[in-house]
Design a binder for this molecule. Sequence first.
Ligand code: HEM
Length: 421
Amino acid sequence: MTEAVGTKANPIAFDHESPQHAENWVPEFAEMRSKCPVAWTDKHEGYWVATGYEAVVEAAREPRLFSSHKNFSPETASGHGGITIPFTPIPRGLPVESDPPEWGVMRGFINRRFVPKAVETFREDARMFATALLNRVIESGEMDLVNDFTGPVPAMVTMQLMGLPLSEWRQFADPLHAMVFTPKEADNYAEVVAGVQWVFQRCAEEYMRYCTLPEEDNLLSYFAHNEARGGNKLTLDEVLSFSNNIIIGGVDTTTALTTHGLTYLHDHPEEKKRLMDNPELLPFAREEFLRFYTPIHGLARNVTEETELCGAKLNKGDRIYLAWSSANRDPGVFEDPDTINFDRESNRHVAFGSGIHRCIGSTFARMMFEEMVAQVFARIPDFTIDYAKAHRYPSIGTINGWESMPIRFAPGPKVPCALEL
Ligand code: HEM
């Protein structure tokens, strides 16, 4: 008897990091959902792929069976676990690559800096950054939407949140974006890695500086002055693990969401007009963009003991990829899932994950999206995209975004702004 498709004995041919997947992911996931919503592939030393909504959510909500923990040894640059497949040889992110009870302590330590009231205090700054960035280019009638706008705004808000000097925004934004799409074989890969290392070196330096000053209202200063657990402050490694998760988790993801959303509005001028005429629809549009484009395409877990997930038999030590993007297109949950519909009545998408690790920065992301789109509507509503010169990420397995996107618009005047760039 032949083994069912998608078992270890009869694996599927699938690699979420391949260019074919980037080109073809919608039909590829549709087939996997219908035939084997949890399937085994031999790529990257072998892993399960959960594509059905039920399987993805069930695994995400069971951290005891599906662990996020990562071990990493800086001496050998090796380790195992964590939330990426293949394994990323850098120290773990916190709280995302921890399990309870450690996770509860770590998330509890930063939670109050991410609640809606705290996020609102950054709205004026986000607006100022978006205004200043458009002032830089508005007279010329052209810019790169990603590199000049949707990339820098989240980078600058994150720098403000962390307590990093804004004057360094360009050195900060560029390597974080490039890291996501530059292949390991590229000539400039070492340069990009050095740029990212510089960002974390700056976090360490600023943290040490905040240790010598009275407490200020930013995260690095908060880490420097407060006890995370049982009378102990964070170690420097833990400070850098938090910085890694907040910076890498929040910057390019929000860039991808906003860029994708603006491509849709560019391609559907009647929908753009509808949103501009009815701004109260913007939050519904935003949630549809999150569902439809799912900036974090999928993330991994480690199976901690033998278990069954939607009929698949998983063993201790197996790795599993939870495809948030596929869950968000599951026709059993979303009617007509491959269509963007601002009037969708129920939208329980998992673009921000599900369970205990659900995104702590979702309110920040939503706020930044709103401020960026508001600037575009107010100042360059007629923008046109030069798709022939725009580039998608060659691999979308972790983040699904745009590398660059030249746009043109009617030149306009600078407007008064407290920040000049
Ligand atoms: C559109 C933008 C964003 C998307 C799509 C997104 C997506 C996600 C997803 C899917 C997770 C779950 C990870 C898992 O289950 O393993 C997550 C967690 C997280 N995100 Fe976001 N995120 C976004 C923006 C942000 C922002 C702006 C920040 C910070 C300012 C942030 C910080 C974090 C952190 C710290 C976690 C870990 C939470 C935990 O483990 O308890 N994210 N995000």
